[in-house]
Each structure stands twice: as structure tokens, then as C-alpha cells.
Ligand binder design. Structure first.
Ligand SMILES: [Ca+2]
Length: 321
């Protein structure tokens, strides 16, 4: 049995990813840890509890950081709705969050369950805080699958950056330099062939399950927003693509391993994930600009292409249950 820890700024696509993990027969989800991001911390925590309830799970939920490390929170209500779940008026969840802080829970579980898979679906604030307090957890964690970044192409907040990295770039930089075994699943993976078209959405709704209805309904606002943002129709589910990789790395088709730096200073390219794809960081021309990454010596596995058909089949299986 594999063990997962999911860090999430629970909005509508996070919820679908959480359903996927909680349905996996060979995975035990140790905890959901919440962080401010797409929605505020209280809403993210409530939404994580709601997602667990719909999955029929009593997985503990730990509340974490309420704002990025050094910046004010900029949420994404315009994309996911006021409540992050498309404003469908979901009832108050029956359970409450645990008393322990998410950062303490991450550190505790990393030591208690060495080799666990950490899946991050939001800003990396909690992870960075945990690493700052206990850098050894980077070596205890078996895999760290990050939904975040735009390694090859345009971002979803700015042309340069994807939301999770953009909203707390300082936390992302700490995380990418930490030595955590990062598998970076960028936003591009959830576009194109990974987008659910109208027929696929209808097919999921026709499953007739509570999970299927919830997955589509809570993402209804996100579906409209994706069209406004990209001009592409259909439902794009970023966090579930990263969860698919966490559940089965083979869903990621082509990978390569490089230094990845996070832009923290620029206005135009804040939160950009800069991938040293030609592995030239140590050349004399680049050594100065890349000294932070070189000193840390930590590379990340970067995902370039993705098996969208396998992803959709996985999603359908989960939502049929
Ligand atoms: Ca998220």
C-alpha cells in the first residue's frame, strides 16, 4: 500500500484530484493539508472536508498557511467561483479540521511514513514552511508531485507563469531548491487533448453517481472561465492531471531532469518556472545567474507530454464508483 499526503488550496479541480486519490485501491491518503490559494484558507479547508465527505472518506484535514510567505494572497474566485466550488451551495461538511497545524502534520507524517508521496495541488507555502523548519523531510519523502509551472509555454495567470507558482514564488523557490524529489506537472498538461469535451462531460454525467455529478457541477464556473481565459471549450482539470501522474507515473509520457529556477524579482515574469532544458547552468556564461540552483544542486523531473486518453479513462473509472 502506498501512502499519499495531499497539500491543496481546495477549489473545484483539487476536489476531483482528491476523489481520485481516495478511490485508488492501492493508496492510503494519510492527510489533506490545506493552504490559501485559489480560495482563502477557511474555504479551502471546508472544501477539502466536503470533497472527503463526497468520497466517503474520513481522511484527516489539517489547516495550514493563510497567506503566501511574503506577499498578499491573490485568490482565483474569478475562475472557480466565490466558494471555489462553482457556487452550488454545498452544505456545511459534517466533520471539522484537526487541531494540528498543516506544517506540523507534514513534518510528522514525513518522518512517520518515510517514502510517502507528497502531491501538491496549490501554492507551495506549507511545503516551504515545513522545509524551513525541518530540511531533513526532503530526504524522507519518496516522491513530490507538483501541479505547477509552465515549463514550455504560456501560463494561466500571466504569459509567463502558472497560478500555484506565481502566487507564492518564494515558497516555490525554496521547494525546488530543497532536494525534494520533485516531479513537475505543468499547466500545459491539462490543456489540448486533456480537456474534457461536451460529449465526454455528458458521458460522465450519465454515470449517474454522486461523484460524477459533483465533479462536473463544482467545475461549472471553471469551465466557463477556461473559455474566457483560453478561447478553448470544454473542462480543463489541472490538479487531476498531476494526481493521475502521482497514481501512475506512466501517464506522464516524456520527462527530463533539469535545474528549475523560479523567478521571484521581476514584475513581468514573476513565478516563471525557468527550466535549464539544455543543461547549461554550469557554463561560465550562466553560472552567476544560476548560482542559487547550482549551490542547492537539486534537479526536478519535468513532464513534457501526457497520455490524455489514459487520464480520461482513469477519471471515468473513479467517477463511476
Ligand atoms: Ca489547486
Amino acid at each position: 500500500m502506498r501512502t499519499f499526503l495531499i497539500d491543496t488550496d481546495t477549489a473545484s479541480d483539487d476536489a476531483v484530484a482528491i476523489l481520485m486519490a481516495l478511490a485508488a485501491p492501492d493508496v492510503r491518503v494519510l492527510a489533506l493539508t490545506t493552504v490559501a490559494g485559489n480560495v482563502g484558507l477557511e474555504q479551502a479547508t471546508r472544501n477539502a472536508l466536503t470533497a472527503a465527505e463526497i468520497a466517503g472518506s474520513d481522511v484527516p484535514v489539517f489547516k495550514g498557511a493563510g497567506a503566501p510567505l511574503t506577499r498578499a494572497l491573490e485568490d482565483a474566485h474569478w475562475f472557480h467561483g466565490r466558494d471555489g466550488f462553482g457556487d452550488q451551495n454545498y452544505p456545511q461538511p459534517r466533520r471539522a479540521a484537526e487541531r494540528q497545524h498543516a506544517v506540523d502534520a507534514i513534518i510528522r507524517l514525513a518522518h512517520a511514513e518515510p517514502g510517502l508521496t507528497l502531491v501538491t495541488l496549490g501554492p507551495l507555502t506549507n511545503v516551504a514552511l515545513a522545509l524551513a523548519r525541518d530540511p531533513d523531510i526532503a530526504r524522507k519523502i519518496g516522491r513530490c508531485v507538483v501541479m505547477g509551472g509552465a515549463p514550455c509555454c504560456e501560463g494561466n495567470v500571466t504569459p509567463a507563469a502558472e497560478y500555484n507558482i506565481w502566487v507564492d514564488p518564494e515558497a516555490a523557490r525554496v521547494t525546488f531548491r530543497s532536494g525534494l524529489p520533485i516531479e513537475m506537472v505543468g499547466w500545459h498538461v491539462s490543456r489540448g487533448a486533456s480537456v474534457l469535451d461536451e460529449a465526454e462531460i455528458a458521458d460522465i454525467l450519465a454515470l449517474g453517481t454522486a461523484k460524477a455529478r459533483f465533479a462536473i457541477e463544482c467545475n461549472s464556473r471553471a469551465k466557463q472561465a477556461y473559455f474566457v481565459q483560453t478561447g478553448e471549450t470544454g473542462l480543463s482539470l489541472a490538479d487531476p492531471t498531476a494526481m493521475a501522474v502521482a497514481l501512475d507515473r506512466a501517464v506522464g509520457l516524456s520527462w527530463s531532469r533539469h535545474y528549475v529556477e523560479i523567478e521571484c524579482a521581476s514584475e513581468l515574469t514573476r513565478g516563471m518556472t525557468i527550466v535549464d532544458r539544455l543543461d547549461v547552468a554550469a557554463d561560465d556564461n550562466n553560472r552567476e545567474a544560476w548560482r542559487g540552483a547550482l549551490k542547492a544542486g537539486a534537479k526536478a523531473d519535468v513532464l513534457w507530454t501526457f497520455d490524455s486518453a489514459a487520464f480520461k479513462a482513469m477519471l471515468r473509472r473513479v467517477l463511476a464508483g
